[in-house]
Design a protein around this ligand. Sequence first.
Ligand SMILES: CC(=O)SCCNC(=O)CCNC(=O)[C@H](O)C(C)(C)COP(=O)(O)OP(=O)(O)OC[C@H]1O[C@@H](n2cnc3c(N)ncnc32)[C@H](O)[C@@H]1OP(=O)(O)O
Ligand SMILES: O=CC(=O)O
Ligand SMILES: [Mg+2]
Length: 543
Amino acid sequence: MSAVLQDQDSLTRGVATTRALPGQEHLLTPAALAFLTDLHRTFEPRRQQRLEARRVRQAQFDAGTLPDFREDTAPIRAGDWRVAQIPNALLDRRVEITGPTDPKMVINALNSGANCYMADFEDSTAPTWDNLLTGQRALGKAVAGTLDWMAPDGSKHYVLKPFGEQAVLIVRPRGWHLDEKHVRVDGVPMSASLFDLGVFAFHNARALAAKDRGPYFYLPKLQSMEEAALWNDVLSHIESALGLPDGQMKVTVLIETLPAVFEMDEILHALRTRIAGLNCGRWDYIFSYLKTFRRHRDRVLPERAQVTMTQPFLKTYSELLIHTCHKRGAHAMGGMAAQIPISGDESANHRAMERVRADKVREVGAGHDGTWVAHPALIPLAREVFDTWMLGAHQQVVLRNDVRAKSDAELREALLKPSLGTITRAGFENNVEVCVRYLAAWLDGNGCVPIHWLMEDAATAEISRSQLWQWLHSDPPVFLDDGTPIDFTLLERALIGLPSKLADRMQLPGGERINEAIELLDSLTHADTLEDFLTLPAYARID
Ligand SMILES: CC(=O)SCCNC(=O)CCNC(=O)[C@H](O)C(C)(C)COP(=O)(O)OP(=O)(O)OC[C@H]1O[C@@H](n2cnc3c(N)ncnc32)[C@H](O)[C@@H]1OP(=O)(O)O
Ligand SMILES: O=CC(=O)O
Ligand SMILES: [Mg+2]
């Protein structure tokens, strides 16, 4: 037996998949499992350290500490350095479509005319074993150019456009906090991040590198430069294991946690040989603001609809991101407006589209190099706005030095500034409805659904869930704008009223799991501590 095979043999000892679906063996071959085992054994201790560091930091926030720029990394912020050159395929990213990875979505997104497609195993995917394997297979076939899909009623055959006309593929694995329970190594579940990125890279990295297409990844929910350094080491390790040049795999990091906004230079620096940009993941960012300040009565946010990008803490975050990226030669990507096309009501649709347009105008005017859309029908609108305002492939010349003219202390104050606004009964009840409907869909395997014509995914639902918890546990209490105290009686009333409000519940995504979703929301809101992520307890209930 060759040394490599012996090595593979020892690596596959100790790894087990806990479910077997038809065809899985083509994806999780012995060589692929050996590759995943090696990733797990090399990086799992560091992942656990990083998760522990998050817990320690949150305990400090709970005790009253406020996030701040780090003293120990001041030389990185003051230093004169730039990130490595951005590859040609990622130079023009003015419109990126995002979405889950089922075969039809993948084909529609790659054919959509967007510059890039972020294939999402994260916020918009419920990570059932079937979804993950189906998604990995679809992406593998897309890379090979062989993906097609027939509508179940035979009415439409979906095929890919030629490679040169497709959107550039970028894959988003799940975040560091999640386990992949279906793959256990040495008796413990492996990291979901390492599973998603590892399986995709193992099967597709060489083919993509040969086409000068990376592979490219979006990295979610980072909280510190040490987490970025961990990703950098994982990617270097994979490059070396697959025989790829160092720095071949490029990443874009989502800045979508409050702690991370204070370490954007440091995150770029930790990944400087492979980072192409940062992105404003606004929905998780709002969730992170809520979570970071879950015990801070003076920073309670108004109802979700009032927390728009013009609130000072969000405006400052996006402008500082633009300044930081452009100073370092990276792209500053915008984010996602939640409005989607409304069919059957022209004037409501017009209003929704105008809101998307205003959001994109704000982004390009502030200096972003590109933006996200949730739906193919929004691509022409976003493209028109960026084509009109942005003269080249990007606008890195827009330095936004005005943002950095402020002192660290002033910037910090703006980044943390409490928001003005109110909480209405409708806003409270909407949070309850969104949580229940989203959780029901997620438990049923659907991670992204339209609710009241807004795109709802794990990040947007987290805002609703953490707001409810914060309002209900606030001491002194929080009140609705009509003077009603927010308490568990109010929650119970909203929950009792829900089934009649959702008269057509069986027609809704996950309708059969509404009662289970209510039960889960009830336990999440009654818990003494805000659960870190709703997907953690929900994951225990799927598959
Ligand atoms: C906070 C964040 O993390 S944002 C990133 C994560 N969120 C996302 O990626 C949002 C992805 N978007 C979606 O999943 C969907 O657009 C939804 C759920 C919001 C709306 O879905 P639907 O109501 O099914 O949309 P609709 O019926 O209008 O779809 C029309 C067509 O567009 C396609 N489509 C809709 N959204 C997408 C998309 N994001 N990518 C590719 N195709 C899409 C549908 O597949 C459908 O195709 P068909 O005509 O061939 O059947
Ligand atoms: O991932 C994006 C976000 O807004 O959250
Ligand atoms: Mg997010």
